[in-house]
Design a protein around this ligand. Structure first.
Ligand code: G3H
Ligand code: ZN
Length: 282
C-alpha cells in the first residue's frame, strides 16, 4: 500500500530504526525493492532520481506510474520519493505523478544560493503537500556534499534548516556516492552533533559503500533515512554476468533478468532488516 514519505519516516523514528530508501532505475528495481520489503515484512521507500529520469529519455511519467502501481499493490507500506532533483521543471512534476516527497539538490551551489533556491522550492512543494529533503554541501564541492572528505557543519546546518523550512536534511558524514566496496568510515560523533543541532530527520546518502556495523552505529546516532542505490546494481549486474557466462547461448532476457531481480530483492531484504533492528548481520 502507498504511504506518504513523512508518515513512513515518523514510523521509523517511533520504532527506533531507520527507513530504507532504494533507487529505482527500471521497473525490475521497483519489483525487487517491494519484494525484498515484503520478504522482510518492513516498509520501504522507492526513489527515482533525476538521473534515472534522464535515462528514460527525460520522461518521468512511465517509470513513476510503474513504481506507484507496484507500491499500491504491495502488502507493506511503500513511499515514493523523487531523488536528487536539480531541475525545477522536474520538481513541478512530482505531485502530479504520485510522489509523496522530493529531495531538492542545490548542494553544488554556494551556501546563500543553496538556501534561496531550496527555500523557494520547499515553499512550492509544501503547497502541493510534498515532504522535502535537501542537501547542504561544501561551496564548490565537485560532487556536492557527498564528495569524499566533505563534511556538514552542525552550526551551518542549523541555520540552513531554519532558513529553508525543509523536512529532512541530507548530511555529509563520510559516505560517498557509487562506491563498489563497503569500506566507508562514518563520523559518528558528527552524526550525533548534527542530530542535536537540527530539528529534522537526518538522511545518509551513498550508503552502498557503508559496512553493516557502520550503518548500525549511524542509526543509533540518529540517522533516520538511509539511501541505497549502487548495491542493487552490483547485485543485479553480478547475477546477469554470472548467468550469461554460464549460458553463452541464452537470449531471452527473462532468463537472466529474473535471477538478477531476485538478487536485488535479497539485498533489499537484508538491508531493511539491518536498518529496522539496527543490528549487524552475522
Ligand atoms: O540518493 C541515492 C543514494 O545516495 C544512493 O547512493 O548509490 O552510493 O548507494 P549509492
Ligand atoms: Zn544520493
Amino acid at each position: 500500500m502507498f504511504i506518504p514519505t513523512g508518515e513512513l519516516i515518523d514510523r521509523a523514528r517511533a520504532t527506533g530504526g531507520a527507513a530504507g530508501a532504494f533507487n529505482v532505475i527500471m521497473i525490475e528495481h521497483a519489483e525487487a525493492i517491494v519484494t525484498g520489503a515484503e520478504q522482510a515484512g518492513l516498509p520501504v521507500i522507492l526513489q527515482i532520481s533525476q538521473n534515472a529520469v534522464k535515462f528514460h529519455h527525460r520522461r518521468l511519467a512511465p517509470i513513476a506510474a510503474a513504481a506507484l502501481s507496484i507500491a499500491e499493490a504491495a502488502t507493506v507500506p511503500v513511499a515514493l520519493h523523487l531523488d536528487h532533483v536539480e531541475d525545477d521543471e522536474l520538481l513541478d512534476q512530482a505531485a502530479g505523478n504520485g510522489f509523496g516527497s522530493v529531495m531538492y539538490d542545490a548542494s553544488k551551489r554556494p551556501f546563500d544560493e543553496n538556501v534561496a533556491a531550496t527555500h523557494a522550492a520547499t515553499k512550492r512543494c509544501h503547497a502541493q503537500g510534498l515532504w522535502v529533503e535537501s542537501e547542504l554541501g561544501e561551496v564548490g564541492g565537485k560532487d556536492g556534499a557527498h564528495a569524499p572528505g566533505v563534511r556538514t557543519d552542525p552550526t551551518e546546518a542549523a541555520s540552513y534548516v531554519a532558513a529553508t523550512g525543509i523536512d529532512a536534511l541530507a548530511v555529509a558524514v563520510g559516505s560517498s556516492h557509487a562506491m563498489l566496496t563497503r569500506t566507508a568510515t562514518l563520523d559518528h560523533d558528527l552524526i550525533a552533533r548534527l542530530r542535536d543541532a537540527v530539528p529534522v530527520p537526518l538522511v545518509l546518502h551513498g550508503s552502498s559503500g557503508v559496512p553493516d556495523h557502520e550503518l548500525t552505529q549511524a542509526v543509533h546516532a540518529g540517522m533516520l533515512k538511509v539511501n541505497i542505490g549502487t548495491a542493487l546494481n552490483t547485485a543485479f549486474t553480478g547475477a546477469v554476468r554470472a548467468t550469461l557466462t554460464e549460458n553463452p547461448t541464452l537470449v531471452d532476457p527473462r532468463k537472466y533478468i529474473a535471477p538478477a531481480r531476485d538478487a536485488m530483492a535479497a539485498t533489499v531484504a537484508a538491508a531493511l532488516t539491518l536498518l529496522a533492528g539496527a543490528e549487524p548481520r552475522p
